[in-house]
Ligand binder design. Structure first.
Ligand code: FES
Ligand SMILES: [Zn+2]
Length: 165
């Protein structure tokens, strides 16, 4: 290895020396930090809070910009003692707009569409707590990241016109 090769440790300080053991130690430290960080939240719920102008062909998940779904998830997770274990974050557009309001649960990678306030209890109790996703609200693989699906009856516009985010 060249003598000018240098690395930073996880805390940003320079590692002394270039021995393989130094690198192994650094990688191990990063892995431990990653595991500790991940352990803080068992699940992440990302809830689209995107707005678009009225009449936009793709619609949007949170026309009023009130983040009502995200706030409700946050409140109900806290009521169940899940604060610190499950995080409900407002997200930008998840690019599944025609199926909204949308959210996705990680690390499960389960996508939900057409979610209403009345569905929040069921998603938390069935999926988040009991590990059983709510099938009636799940977006199918044929809907996610496909150029068209049964829910997109409008002819596709040229790509730039679709990008109203
Ligand atoms: S506006 Fe919610 S997914 Fe695009
Ligand atoms: Zn669809």
């Amino acid at each position: 290895m060249s003598s000018c090769y240098s690395r930073l440790d996880a805390d940003g300080s320079k590692l002394r020396g270039h021995e393989p053991s130094s690198f192994a130690f650094s990688a191990q430290k990063l892995q431990i930090l990653y595991i500790v960080w991940m352990a803080k939240f068992e699940k992440h719920i990302f809830i689209c809070g995107n707005q678009r102008p009225v009449g936009h062909p793709r619609g949007c998940c949170d026309p009023g910009g009130a983040a009502g779904l995200q706030k409700l998830f946050k409140q109900k997770l806290a009521e169940r003692g899940l604060k610190g274990k499950v995080r409900a974050n407002q997200s930008g557009c998840l690019d599944q707009c025609e199926h909204g309001p949308n959210l996705v649960v990680y690390p499960d990678a389960i996508w939900y569409g057409g979610v209403a306030a009345a569905d929040v209890d069921e998603i938390i109790d069935s999926h988040i707590i009991s590990g059983k996703p709510v099938e009636r609200l799940m977006l199918s693989d044929s809907c996610i990241n496909t150029p068209n699906c049964e829910h997109k009856p409008r002819p596709l516009l040229p790509a730039p016109a679709l990008r109203g985010k």
